[in-house]
Design a protein around this ligand. Structure first.
Ligand SMILES: [Zn+2]
Ligand SMILES: [Zn+2]
Length: 441
């Protein structure tokens, strides 16, 4: 779809066609901004508490209880146990209108925290048989705290909201254990976008390498799909000294790995969308002078456009099976789709851009290049138009090159960035409800 019209042209055209939500809502948005600022100390306290008590995916019971108690105190309708440990809060505004969802993920990672912070995690667990710490090393603690803040802000302006806000606190964004369902996919399957039916969804991710005060977004494919592939090469084993008696799967596997490099370099139209094919494991053989009968490899596929994703799947199958055939071997290819492309609706992005600019200031809102990391927010966007943003979490004046990356033991967030996240979530919800009265039911 992004091949038909460039996102920037589409954004301009749609911005002219849809009402500028923010202009209609200036008085309400000013109140939201003020209330969000007043929330700062509470949001930071929640964040520190959650940071100190991180929980792995599908085990977020303490976090979920904290969230559910907060939402109940605000007078929301609360559902618990959605998608295992997920919590959903429904806030019905004083006027009729559409339904908008705001989403935060709640899970930590199996990583031992290396930060010297008073609220650093000391939690320990066993993950896949290995003893390890648990840490909010992706900033999902800040997401929970910011959405709790947004819920408190919006519940204070409830009477003026023309529609309904659904707060989705999601487990297991980082993935579930092998063979276990979870995350956004399971919440969607269990109907989180129904009853009442959600018209649009917004979510934010804190970023440790973006200065506080900034918002980053991209219309269309913003974050990559993530799929796992496995290739089993079946040949014929032989003595290492008599290779003519073998169909050597090691050499064939090497040819396949080199062949896979031509998918991105020769077949994907890179001027439109980046893509990645990485072989991460290769296993075969037990002894230096024995040619084994089989070799198995596995890897990851990243794409920023679902058509390119399907093209890469087909290319992997074609290259692996035909190279194997040329060697007299066979290749068994299996592809496990994991997370779809995070696609920000160009129309919704264009409609909400004035809101982002009003909340953060024009100079602090940036259209960014696509990211080859993946995010399961994409499962909501498969069903309803959605917009996923990055909120600055790096201290002012810090060098992004030296700021610790997500998923590392030294990952840190500057908490002065959290109020912008609260304002952004709450204002997006209020402005969306005001700007889309046609969807009233
Ligand atoms: Zn992460
Ligand atoms: Zn994350």
């Amino acid at each position: 779809m992004r091949h038909l019209i460039t996102p920037i042209c589409a954004a301009v055209a749609l911005a002219l066609a849809t009402p500028a939500a923010h202009a209609q809502n200036a008085a309400l948005d000013a109140r939201i901004a003020q209330l969000a600022t007043q929330e700062e100390a509470k949001v930071i306290a929640w964040r520190r508490d959650i940071h100190e008590h991180p929980e792995l995916g599908n085990q977020e019971t303490r976090t979920a209880a904290l969230v559910a108690a907060h939402l109940k105190k605000l007078g929301l309708e609360v559902q618990t146990g959605v998608g295992r440990t997920g919590v959903v809060g429904i806030l019905r505004g004083g006027k009729p209108g559409p339904v908008v969802a705001l989403r935060a993920d709640m899970d930590g990672l199996p990583l031992t925290e290396a930060n010297d912070l008073p609220f650093a995690s000391k939690v320990k667990t066993t993950y896949l048989g290995q003893p390890v710490g648990v840490m909010h090393a992706c900033g999902h603690d800040t997401h929970v705290a910011m959405l709790m803040g947004a819920a408190e802000v919006l519940s204070q302006v409830k009477a003026d909201l023309p529609g309904t806000v659904k707060f989705i606190f999601q487990p297991a964004e980082e993935g579930s254990l092998p063979g276990v369902e979870g995350g956004a996919k399971l919440m969607v399957k269990e109907g989180v976008l129904d009853k009442p039916k959600v018209d649009a969804v917004f979510g934010v991710h804190i970023n440790s390498k973006t200065e506080v005060g900034n918002l980053n977004y991209r219309p269309g494919g913003e974050m990559a799909s993530s799929d796992r592939f496995t290739i089993k090469v079946h040949g014929k084993g032989a003595h290492g000294a008599y290779p003519w008696n073998s169909v050597d799967p090691v050499v064939t596997a090497a040819q396949i790995i080199m062949g896979l490099q031509t998918i991105v370099s020769r077949e994907v139209k890179l001027i439109d969308d980046a893509a990645v094919v990485t072989v991460g494991t290769i296993n075969g053989g037990v002894r230096y002078n024995v040619i084994p009968p089989d070799v198995e490899m596995s890897g990851t596929i990243r794409a920023l456009n679902p058509e390119v994703q399907k093209q890469i799947w087909a290319s992997i199958r074609r290259i692996a099976t035909n190279i194997a055939e040329s060697a007299g071997a066979t290749a068994e290819v299996s592809i496990d789709p994991y997370v779809p492309v995070t696609i920000n609706s160009p129309a919704l992005t264009a409609q909400m851009l004035p809101t982002l600019q009003a909340v953060a200031g024009n100079a602090n809102v940036h259209e960014i290049k696509a990211v080859t990391g993946a995010e399961d927010f994409s499962f909501y966007q498969e069903k309803v138009p959605g917009l996923f943003l990055f909120v600055g979490g790096m201290g002012k004046g810090q060098d992004p090159a030296t700021a610790a990356d997500h998923h590392t033991a030294g990952f840190r967030i500057d908490e002065s960035g959290l109020t912008l996240g609260v304002k952004t979530l709450a204002t997006l919800a209020a402005d969306y409800l005001t700007a889309n009265p046609a969807k009233q039911k």
